[in-house]
Design a protein around this ligand. Structure first.
Ligand code: BGC
Length: 516
């Protein structure tokens, strides 16, 4: 990726000397393979769970319902176990991201990324050779551990090595590879759905490929200077900083990192520190962004696109093919975010996309309400129009709430609460993904097309949040956020009025100072 391609920040914050070096670019690309692992998993489940061979072997009851003559359009896949197959991964990821946040702080970002790839390889192998549902679920849990470790460490890693004015674009490479992973999974599913009876094994086994690439690549990436200094390796931290910035005069940035580390050292327990009043703005914004990201309804499309398209009357092949098209739109639109986020800022992208996604979800809901009853086949031209609306929705998500749901939480916390705070964002993502994955097929069966209006209503709320409550973080150094962003924000500055900021966890009782 050429350095020139990234937009220069037009202002906002002071930047430190340094170039966008090949070191930073290579490390970013390698680490972003963690995103590919995650994306592959998101994309593979939907296709595999619509393959007859897979259903016959593990979910015979679903197979029978699917092929019943008088089935209900909205209910043919409603099965708790089938949903558990998709969602079990996210439960494991919640737990794993907690341990990963500790590992990030204690051992560093790099070993945490390596652990992620090991979990993932093991899970993929187990899934490929699965003989029964137990092996299948244990494999999914291991994949979940990989996702938890990877999603915790990779965005932090990239945000910490990136120069401030390129941070947005570089961090979104993580999301870009998530979308590439989803796309690869869709294409692979399209091919393996014809490989009877073991196509699903090939699909599930493919998950090992990005994990092996990440494992090998992680041997050559650097540790972040922040993490080195945080763990007492100051000289190595300075050397690494010079290397990744490509200049020698890094003193200012190094001092900033030392200062951030000094503050962080006063904090014995980052989780307790997160409960301080002055941590509330970052904690609320980071977690709510992830809740909102999932309430767009994106994973309904990502997990269940083939199932959804079959619901509308497409044949098996056409459904998988439509999922490939949405996958392409997803990946291409994420590139838009890479090249615009440091130029236009985070908020503009979020607001524009909220409008676009609202229109898409509402019109889609209306069409399904009118044209898809419980037992009919939707007229072909309407079904195609729904595919277009899905693409409109996905592109909006892909240049906004998708990447920014990861970028913003990784850049807004001060060092003392960064990995603990980011854990809340990651686990909230996993939890909400779990809820959507576990309940969507049941909700679709019960609420029918109304479910799309529910997502549209959520999008209105999140648009308002982006307009009024969320601060802009474009171009500000990651260790200067409190001073330059939060303390100046019309709403959030009140959380810093009481002076409990920066004093460490001994001040936790100052949570409600006004009342004392
Ligand atoms: C979200 C996933 C989603 C993916 C789609 C990610 O940012 O966290 O839940 O499936 O984007 O591209």
């Amino acid at each position: 990726m050429p350095a020139m391609a990234f937009a220069e920040s037009s202002g906002g914050g002071m930047d430190f000397p340094g170039k966008l070096t090949s070191q930073v670019i290579v490390c970013t690309i390698i680490a972003a393979f963690g995103g590919l692992m995650f994306g592959y998993d998101i994309g593979i489940s939907g296709g595999v769970t619509s393959m007859d061979d897979f259903l016959i072997k593990f979910f015979p009851a679903v197979y029978r319902t699917k092929h019943e003559v008088k089935e209900n359009n909205y209910c043919k896949y409603d099965n708790q176990y089938l949903q558990l197959f998709t969602s079990s991964l996210y439960l494991a990821a919640i737990l794993a991201s907690f341990f990963a946040s500790i590992s990030c702080k204690k051992f560093g970002r790099k070993p945490t990324i390596q652990a992620a790839s090991l979990f993932f390889v093991t899970g993929a192998i187990l899934n490929t050779v699965a003989k029964n549902i137990e092996m299948l679920i244990v494999g999914r849990l291991l994949l979940g551990a990989g996702v938890g470790f990877g999603n915790q460490a990779v965005p932090l890693f990239i945000s910490e090595i990136a120069p401030a004015r390129y941070r947005g674009g570089l961090n979104i490479c993580f999301q870009f590879l998530i979308t590439v992973g989803i796309l690869c999974a869709n294409v692979i599913n399209y091919g393996t759905s014809r490989m009877h009876p073991y196509g699903w094994r090939v699909s599930l086994g493919g998950a090992a490929v990005p994990a092996i690439i990440l494992l090998i690549g992680s041997l050559i990436i650097v540790e972040t200077p922040t993490s080195l200094i945080e763990r007492g390796k100051k000289d190595e931290g300075l050397r690494t900083l010079k290397k990744i910035r490509g200049v020698d005069n890094v003193e200012k940035e190094f001092d900033e990192l030392l200062h951030a580390t000094e503050l962080a050292k006063q904090t014995k327990n980052s989780f307790r520190n997160l409960m301080k009043r002055s941590s509330r703005p970052q904690l609320v914004c980071a977690t709510i962004l992830q809740v909102f990201q999932q309430l767009t309804g994106i994973n309904v499309i990502m997990f269940y696109a083939p199932v959804l398209f079959q619901t509308m009357g497409f044949g098996g092949d056409a459904s998988l093919l439509s999922a490939v098209v949405t996958g392409l739109v997803n990946a291409a639109s994420t590139l838009v975010a890479i090249f615009t986020v440091d130029k236009f800022g985070r908020k503009k992208l979020l607001i524009e996309a909220a409008i676009q996604m609202f229109i898409a979800q509402s019109v889609m809901g209306a069409i399904l309400k009118v044209h898809l009853k419980s037992a009919n086949i939707m007229p072909n031209n309407y079904a195609l129009f729904v595919v277009v609306l899905v693409c409109l929705f996905v592109s909006g998500f892909a240049w906004s709430w998708g990447p920014l749901g990861w970028l913003i939480p990784s850049e807004i916390f001060p060092l003392e609460t960064r990995s603990a705070g980011f854990f809340f964002a990651v686990s909230m993502n996993m939890f909400c993904t779990f809820v959507v994955a576990q309940s969507f097929l049941t909700l679709l069966c019960q609420m029918k097309s109304t479910i799309f209006f529910f997502f549209a209503a959520c999008i209105v709320v999140m648009g308002a949040f982006a307009i009024f409550i969320l601060p802009e973080t474009k171009g500000i150094h990651i260790d200067e956020m409190n001073e330059r962003v939060w303390k100046k924000h019309w709403f959030w500055k009140r959380y810093f009025d009481d002076g409990d900021n920066d004093k460490g966890d001994q001040d936790i009782k100052a949570d409600q100072p006004e009342k004392q």
